[in-house]
Ligand binder design. Structure first.
Ligand code: ATP
Ligand code: MG
Length: 363
């Protein structure tokens, strides 16, 4: 049998820097754990635009559809800010998500013990935190039509449309309930049913799927603004949170800061099962291309390495090996290794991106 295949798309900014560390980790698993992958690499985002005039070449798109998992770094940067909307780096990522139909975006917010002091919140609020935010990723206001900036009278009007079909809500609800059964059997669904029609439908459909298929899972509903407040006030009341594309974007960034740094947060975007039973999957750190620190060897590679750990768990059925990798990260943090974004106290010296990668491999 051939090895499982991975397509690496390092992208722009710190993407290639953090992905270099993931490549080391992948090689380590091949050498030390007899877990070899067929790895190929291609362009996405600004670098793809520079070479091909498009942020995602059709050949790259085709490759992404064939492999068992895609690992992506980050896209974008100030150099591309003035490009036309249709060729902006972010369009490359949106196209991947859309054409692979990755409707379920898993973003864990997990507090490593060694960083509980570092979080912006009181230690008792975040110590031991382990929640999963599931964000609907292929619909909602980021895709709804009509959209655009039009002229109305003597001024411009910006228009976006929030649109959800019943089946779009149902499939992401199912992925949340399935995940809850593997965790602590608890789901909180967030919307704004008080002011949005799509929110009313969201609440109804999530409840219907629950009652018909997952009555064993504890389900609650919350308005997303209250959810934001509760996430900061008492995040441990949650286990799995399921929400739409826009609220999920915002709530998961808020959850990010519970755990310390954007540099610590991985994500998985999953779609329907392929012929081999594995879900279509794309793994990437939550953070962006961080142009302010790109090229300086300062970036924290842990979010990207944890994204590979998610790939081991969700695409390759290697949950034990994923835990091995996460434990190594915990150990390195406990020893005091910190990239610049994780520095709390004055006088601490940061280590570089590659030093962090090496320390994790050693552990
Ligand atoms: P995007 O629009 O792609 O989400 P952004 O500008 O909102 O990008 P990031 O690129 O994630 O956000 O950067 C936000 C801040 O977090 C920056 O100051 C950046 O330096 C910092 N940051 C992001 N990722 C990392 C990382 N891996 N290591 C260290 N610092 C990081
Ligand atoms: Mg951002």
């Amino acid at each position: 049998m051939s090895n499982p295949s991975i397509l690496i798309l390092p992208g722009d900014g710190i993407g290639p820097e953090v992905m270099a560390e993931v490549r080391k980790v992948i090689s380590w698993f091949g050498e030390k754990r007899d877990l070899a992958f067929d790895v190929s690499e291609d362009l996405v985002g600004g670098c793809a635009y520079d070479k091909h005039g498009t942020p995602l070449h059709d050949d790259t798109m085709a490759k992404a559809q064939e492999v068992d998992a895609v690992l992506l770094g980050a896209v974008g940067g100030p150099k591309y800010d003035n490009l036309d909307f249709s060729v902006k780096p972010e369009r490359g990522l949106l196209r991947l998500r859309k054409e692979m139909d990755l409707f379920s975006n898993l973003r864990p917010a997990q507090c490593f013990d060694a960083l509980a002091d570092f979080s912006s919140l009181k230690k008792d609020v975040v110590a031991g935190l382990d929640i999963m935010i599931i964000r609907e990723l292929t619909s909602g206001i980021y895709f709804g039509e009509p959209r655009g900036i039009i002229n109305e009278g003597n001024e411009r009007v910006g228009i976006n449309t929030q649109r959800y079909t019943e089946s779009e809500i149902a499939r992401v609800a199912r992925s949340a309930f399935e995940l809850a059964r593997k965790r602590n059997n608890k789901v909180c669904s967030m919307e704004k049913a008080n002011v949005m029609e799509s929110g009313i439908l969201w609440r109804d459909v999530v409840q219907e799927i629950h009652d018909a298929e997952y009555p064993d899972v504890e389900l609650s509903h919350m308005y997303a603004d209250n959810g934001a407040m509760q996430l900061v006030r008492a995040p441990k009341q949650f286990d799995v949170i399921v929400t739409d594309n826009l609220f999920g974007d915002i709530l998961s960034d808020a959850a990010a800061m519970l755990t310390g740094s954007l540099g610590m947060l991985p994500s998985a975007s999953l779609g329907a099962p392929m012929a081999n039973g594995r879900p279509k999957a794309l793994y990437e750190p939550v953070h962006g291309s961080a142009p302010d620190i790109a090229g300086q060897g300062k970036a924290n590679p842990i979010a990207c390495i944890l994204s590979f750990a998610m790939a081991l768990r969700y695409s390759f059925d290697q949950g034990d090996e994923a835990t091995r990798l996460e434990d190594a990260i915990e150990a390195v943090l406990a020893q005091g290794a910190r990239t610049a974004d994780l520095l709390g106290n004055e006088g601490e010296t940061p280590i570089s991106t590659s030093e962090m990668g090496d320390a994790i491999l050693k552990a």
